[in-house]
Design a protein around this ligand. Structure first.
Ligand code: FES
Length: 117
């Protein structure tokens, strides 16, 4: 039989662990770069676009969102055709994962790389 005190301690430990690794309020994305990156997408292949801006493999996810406990997740998408596209790295695009030119805005250009907008 589990003692009530042990059960409460266990629940507090689990809750603390969950809060640490899966924060309820996600962090803000940060500006990774201020220009898009052109990549060759292959039809039918699935990609994971970095949403948090912390990946060292821009514009794709390297797992940093998880290890830095951002509460964010990458955007998974499947290429419909083989072609070269410009993927956003400023993380301010309105058409993720594609660049829509928002990086040219004053707000993005004045922002520090590695900082949220
Ligand atoms: S790089 Fe983000 S909109 Fe162009």
């Amino acid at each position: 039989m589990i003692r009530p005190v042990a059960l409460r301690t266990w629940r507090r430990d689990i809750s603390s662990w969950l809060d640490r690794w899966f924060p309820k309020t996600p962090a803000k994305s940060v500006v990774a770069l201020k220009t898009p990156i052109k990549v060759n997408l292959v039809a039918g292949k699935t990609y994971r676009w970095c949403v948090c801006g912390r990946s060292k493999k821009q514009p794709f996810c390297d797992g940093s969102h998880f290890f830095q406990r951002t509460g964010l997740s990458p955007l998974k998408f499947k290429a419909q055709e083989t072609r070269t596209v410009a993927l956003c790295t400023c993380k301010a695009t309105q058409k993720p994962p594609y660049c829509d030119g928002t990086h040219r805005s004053e707000q993005v250009q004045k922002a520090e790389v590695g900082s949220p907008l």
